[in-house]
Write a protein that binds this ligand. Sequence first.
Ligand code: HEC
Length: 115
Amino acid sequence: MMRRRSIYMLVAATALSSCEYNVENEGMVIDDSCEPTISYTATIQPLIANNCMPCHNGDGNIPDAPDLTTYAAVQSRAELVKEVTQSRRMPKDGTLTDTEIAAIKCWVDGGALDN
Ligand code: HEC
């Protein structure tokens, strides 16, 4: 009986300690570990293509919507892209998941690499 109880304690302790890797952010629990490294080509580019077009296609039809069609264009506005997705100001229809928003943050915090 004692052995079984100590296994329960171990499971409970493990479950509790895993929470230390999460941070509270406006009432939501977000994984802040930034592992594994986020790839621009595999993750960020398709995410922008699916959620930020056609508004940010760079043709100037929508005033003040900056071009986000190339790596160079996104990289030059990386902090702003992070900011507007963290605040959920963008995309306008609010379709990004918490995981996608966290991926953008991690990619920008990691230096917005062309990886
Ligand atoms: C339905 C159209 C639409 C979609 C979809 C959209 N945007 Fe925008 N975005 C705009 C418009 C219009 C503006 C300029 C007016 C404003 O800032 O609200 C803008 C502005 C911005 C700015 C500049 C903000 C500033 O303060 O200068 C950034 C950065 C941005 N969007 C990023 C994104 C990202 C990243 C996505 C996708 C995850 C996205 N947007 C999706 C229409 C859109």
